[in-house]
Design a protein around this ligand. Structure first.
Ligand SMILES: Cc1cc2nc3c(=O)[nH]c(=O)nc-3n(C[C@H](O)[C@H](O)[C@H](O)COP(=O)(O)O)c2cc1C
Length: 191
């Protein structure tokens, strides 16, 4: 019987969603059975039970220094099951700040380790991935969100010598980092 993994994510503009899909592809190649749930598009009452899964990955985008509400609620809801330690737990975020590799450690501390402490869970694997700054016409961001992100992007481009196209889609996700995270999670499940 293949081991089963649930990927539960909360994504406002699609970045964490695409990361979740890529992780699923890698896990499936490793002969794991994967189910993905978009926690924002599914009513909490319809969120899947984690009971049948050997491993659970929870992912969130970061907005105004915080996780999306739903993945944090999902973690809290199942904290008792995670605390038993019978299921492997992985956490990941997609954040503009973590787009700079040198910021990832701080992003992990602020947005993963603090969340684990707050909720009362300890993940077996976690990582912070970069984000997408989508200023293009087809962006899912509203005008206000775009303006807020543009201001942050301007600050980051000065501070970190980052090149940002103010009219285009800037994708700072490192797909090798994401795939390697997924491979490590698969190894954890097989061990
Ligand atoms: C209004 C707004 C606020 C944001 N706030 C932060 C922030 O506080 N820290 C950060 O690292 N990134 C921030 N970002 C960037 C997002 O984390 C990044 O775009 C990420 O890829 C979004 O993931 P999602 O599409 O899955 O929601 C913000 C983006 C927007 C639009």
């Amino acid at each position: 019987m293949p081991k089963k993994v649930l990927i539960a994510y909360g994504s406002r503009y699609g970045s964490t969603e695409e990361i979740s899909q890529e992780i699923a592809k890698v896990l499936e190649k490793q002969d794991l059975q994967v189910q993905i749930v978009d926690l924002r598009k599914t009513k909490p009452g319809d969120w899947p039970s984690i009971e049948p899964f050997d491993g659970v990955l929870v992912g969130s985008g970061i907005k105004i220094m915080k996780w999306v509400k739903e993945p944090q609620e999902f973690l809290s809801k199942h904290k008792g099951e995670f605390q038993k330690g019978k299921k492997k737990l992985g956490l990941f975020i997609s954040s503009g700040f973590a787009s700079i590799p040198g910021n990832r450690e701080k992003a992990i501390q602020d947005w993963i380790e603090k969340v684990m402490e707050k909720v009362g869970v300890k993940a077996d694997l976690y990582d912070a991935f970069g984000g997408v700054f989508d200023f293009s016409e087809s962006s899912r961001m509203g005008g206000l969100d775009k303006r807020m992100l543009k201001m942050a992007a301007k600050g980051m481009s000065k501070e970190f010598d980052m090149k940002i196209d103010e009219k285009g889609r800037n994708d700072f996700r490192d797909w090798n980092q994401i795939r390697s995270f997924a491979e490590k999670f698969a190894e954890l499940l097989k061990s």
